[in-house]
Design a protein around this ligand. Structure first.
Ligand code: PBG
Length: 325
């Protein structure tokens, strides 16, 4: 047969044949919904830069999670927004801290039908806004921070979390958290490691959502990855797998499809990707301006993230796409 006789368009002729040969299928059950819970909120407070996303009260958070669960969402990622912050982020590991309250409430309402995950990081809880505690030179102290992450993991486990999700990019955090959990008998609590997390401008709206600012205008480049690099993502993933992660994550997603694709073949555990706040906000803003069809773009981007190799996707679009894809 000559190459001219090959006609790839036969497989695109109509929707039926396209569906039959489609390689990638996006489903509601692929999505994990991020949810913000604010201490002492009376009801849902809109987040201006994230249209359709709210800082919830415990009550409205449970209602939203129940609505999503009925539509087929299985995973929920909780971000607590405390009233009080201090240099050590102590509300992050207080037994009655807001994240712990939210975990317990969600477990009580949805039980085994929900996979309850919680962000495990100190930036929402520290008054200086860094992801850990600072040493005398004002730099994040890796090992002292990891000790507090272990306390946080225990507090979240006591509240009933299914998976803790360490996102602070401290060296050795996954292994230390695994040991701490096992040491307290929490052998069934899993770890979704934010393994390859880049220092990214795409996190901008998230910092509104959780009310976090780095005092003095600093950044997180001293611990989050440099976006000029790909190979260090492989090192981070390999270490987290060796330290006992049950799932690993690449973050952000759309500008990091090469990283997702490079990580995937190294893994025998699930790979998650996080389509972060800035990725969502840009689509919503362009949609509101009438420049693009936001829903179509969301589906195209999420499908691309899955095609690149993600098994699970954290996305703010979960809230509007659940049950419709
Ligand atoms: C850290 C954390 C951040 C995000 C998730 N976990 C912020 C950061 O690292 O600065 C960002 C998520 C998003 O932008 O949607 N607690």
């Amino acid at each position: 047969m000559s190459p001219q006789q090959r006609r790839p368009r036969r497989l695109r002729a109509n929707a039926a044949i396209r569906d039959l040969v489609a390689e990638t299928h996006l489903a509601t059950s692929d999505l994990i919904a991020p949810l913000f819970v604010k201490q002492d909120a009376d009801g849902p407070i809109p987040i201006v830069s994230l249209p359709g996303i709210f800082q919830h009260s415990i009550d409205s958070f449970c209602k939203e999670a129940e609505r999503l669960s009925a539509l087929g969402i299985r995973g929920f990622m909780i971000f607590g927004v405390p009233n009080e912050k201090d240099p050590f982020g102590s509300q992050g590991y207080a037994p009655d801290g807001i994240t712990q309250q939210a975990i317990a409430a969600l477990k009580a309402s949805l039980g085994e039908s929900a996979v309850v995950m919680a962000d495990l990081c100190l930036d929402e809880f520290t008054d200086h806004g860094h992801c850990g505690v600072l040493n005398s030179r004002g730099r994040v102290d890796n090992d002292a921070t990891v000790e507090l992450y272990c306390e946080m993991a225990i507090a979240q486990a006591n509240a009933g979390v299914d998976f803790v999700a360490p996102s602070g990019m401290m060296d050795g955090q996954v292994g230390a958290i695994r040991d701490a959990l096992d040491g307290q008998g929490f052998i069934d609590v899993g770890i979704l490691a934010y393994s390859a997390k880049y220092a990214s401008a795409f996190y901008g709206p998230f910092r509104d959502a959780v009310g976090v600012q780095i005092v003095g205008g600093g950044d997180r480049k001293g611990y989050q990855q440099d976006f000029r690099n790909a190979r260090e993502a492989l090192l981070e993933v390999d270490l987290d797998v060796a330290e006992g992660a049950d799932m690993v994550m690449v973050k952000p997603a759309s500008s990091y499809l090469d990283i997702i694709a490079a990580v995937k073949p190294r893994l025998t555990i699930p790979l998650a990707a996080y389509q972060v706040s800035g990725e969502y906000a840009m689509v919503k803003a362009a949609d509101a301006a009438g420049y693009v069809d936001g829903r179509a773009i969301a589906i195209e981007q999420l499908t691309a993230i899955k095609r690149a190799g993600a098994d699970l996707i954290l996305s703010y679009f979960s809230h509007e796409l659940a049950g419709t894809i």
